[in-house]
Design a protein around this ligand. Structure first.
Ligand code: PLP
Length: 469
């Protein structure tokens, strides 16, 4: 690639001009601006699991962007589908019917058992937020005279960036700058983060103390104030916390017992990421509300959805005079071009067997990552499908968390060696897990490269730290 040519860059037409244009005009998310000034990364193209920067350097993207490019980069057929739809109907609000959104809803419904309706929005945050609101409205319809409004969610969870989804989340670092958030409508319980069990217990002798904690919280809050239990089946952002197999069925049983709705966040977990089409399908439970985004369209366009079981949908069906309809709208919800692309994206996932591939290559990845336990600074390796975490500690016995700059050093080393890995967002103090969520099309030789580069990166970090006594 010509070092100075940047596709799509106008009026600036070379790397230095684009960087100047960006730094003088763009307010970026999350990344410190001084860091961007020092190490500007301009990504210009991608193919399969690889992205290319403006210098022509290639990186194996073991994070699939932001846990989302499930079918990999460079699927020009998805661009063709978008262009064809935009020529016919670029947009119309979803108060009316459009064909791509109807077809996509049918497809998604079919993948989740066929007894659902699908409410479209534009991002994972909105999908969760719509879930909270649908649950509250449902409770007002179904329990007149009472108001069940609280959502019970977990510390260390992440469910989005809006005010309410941040409040539902339990990641301190993401929240502190904006606190106080909402009142007592989001109540937190202990997460099933077994490596650092909040109760200091170990599975199975813990007898799922984290589930008992949920029940105690429902009782403490008063069941008639609780609308939903919110869970991400495998907690991604904190560093891939995989709960015991019984956890989700037991949470589902609690929701049934206390008449709450079970709201499952499949924003990252969905569309093959964990080796099933949806992570809740590992345990066979049927949630009342499911938030989907990212892999729904492999991030080729913004579209997301809140999928509700028909018993919830029925609560919103009525004559105009009854005012039972969903009382919110998102301009881009049901966007025809995004829906057409999502439909084709799902077809690719199914036709290419990417869900089974995620399960098989995920097991291969995990085997590879387990070899890293030879380093004394690797405390834990865990994952399911192509979603994995390597937790780094000062020493395995004490599990002391390493300083952020050490973890950043591992991520930077990997990038300099051509592999992009992520790191956990953490709570107020946990940012020490290397996260992996590659495109589902990643090949075994590419997986070997990820493991080999991490091996070197951890060895380098460890050499600077010294061997624990
Ligand atoms: C589990 C989970 N839920 C929701 C969201 C929010 O999605 P979005 O960034 O599309 O709003 C994210 C984002 O990473 C997520 O990881």
């Amino acid at each position: 690639m010509n070092k100075d040519a940047i596709p799509g860059a106008a009026p600036a037409d070379d790397r230095a001009a684009v960087i100047r244009q960006d730094l003088q005009n763009v307010l970026h998310p999350v990344v410190p601006h001084r860091q961007l000034e020092a190490e500007p990364l301009v990504i210009v193209a991608g193919k399969g699991s690889t992205v290319i920067d403006a210098n022509g350097a290639e990186y194996l993207d073991a994070m699939a962007g932001l846990w989302c490019v499930n079918v990999g980069y460079g699927r020009t057929e998805l661009a063709d589908v978008a262009a064809a739809q935009m020529r016919v109907l670029p947009y119309y609000p979803h108060t009316a019917i459009n064909a791509p959104a109807a077809a996509l809803a049918e497809r998604v419904n079919g993948l989740m058992g066929g007894d659902n309706h699908v409410y479209f929005v534009a991002s994972g945050s909105e999908a969760n937020e719509a879930g909270f609101k649908i649950a509250r409205q449902y409770m007002k319809h179904e329990h007149p005279g009472h108001y069940r409004y609280k959502t019970i969610s977990r510390y260390l969870g992440y469910h989005g960036t809006t005010h309410a989804t941040l409040a539902a989340g339990g990641m301190g670092d993401r929240k502190t700058k904006f606190e106080p958030l909402s009142g007592n409508d989001f109540v937190h319980v202990a997460p099933p983060y077994c490596y650092r069990c909040p109760f200091g217990l170990a599975y199975p002798s813990c007898e799922l103390a984290c589930v008992k904690n949920i029940e105690a919280t429902i009782q403490g809050e008063g069941p008639d104030t609780v609308s939903t239990l919110l869970v991400e089946p495998i907690m991604s952002g904190v560093g891939i916390a995989v709960p015991p197999d019984e956890y989700l069925p037991e949470v589902a049983a609690l929701a049934r017992k206390y008449g709450c709705l079970l709201h499952v966040d499949e924003v990252i977990n969905g569309f093959g990421r964990t080796g099933k089409m949806f992570a809740h399908q590992h345990s066979g439970i049927r949630p009342d509300i499911v938030a989907i985004a990212k892999g729904l369209v492999s991030a080729y366009l913004p579209i997301a959805a809140t999928v509700v079981k028909n018993h919830v949908f029925q609560s919103f069906v009525g004559e105009p005079s009854e005012n039972r309809q969903v009382f919110q709208i998102s301009t881009y919800g049901g966007h025809p071009a995004a829906a057409a692309v999502a439909l084709r994206n799902i077809q690719i996932i199914v036709e290419e067997g990417l869900v089974a591939r995620s399960a098989e290559n995920g097991a291969y990845l995990l085997d590879g990552l387990r070899t890293l336990m030879k380093h004394p600074w690797v405390g834990d390796v865990r994952g399911k499908g192509l979603l994995a975490g390597v937790e780094l500690v000062r020493d395995r016995r004490g599990k002391e968390v390493l300083p952020a700059d050490r973890i950043k050093g591992v991520v930077d080393f990997a990038r300099k060696n051509g592999v992009i890995v992520g790191r956990s967002g953490g709570g107020r103090h946990l940012g020490n897990t290397i996260t992996l969520s590659p495109p589902l099309v990643i090949t075994r030789p590419e997986i070997d490269r990820v493991v080999a580069v991490l091996d070197k990166a951890i060895a380098e970090m460890g050499a600077a730290l010294g061997t624990p006594s």
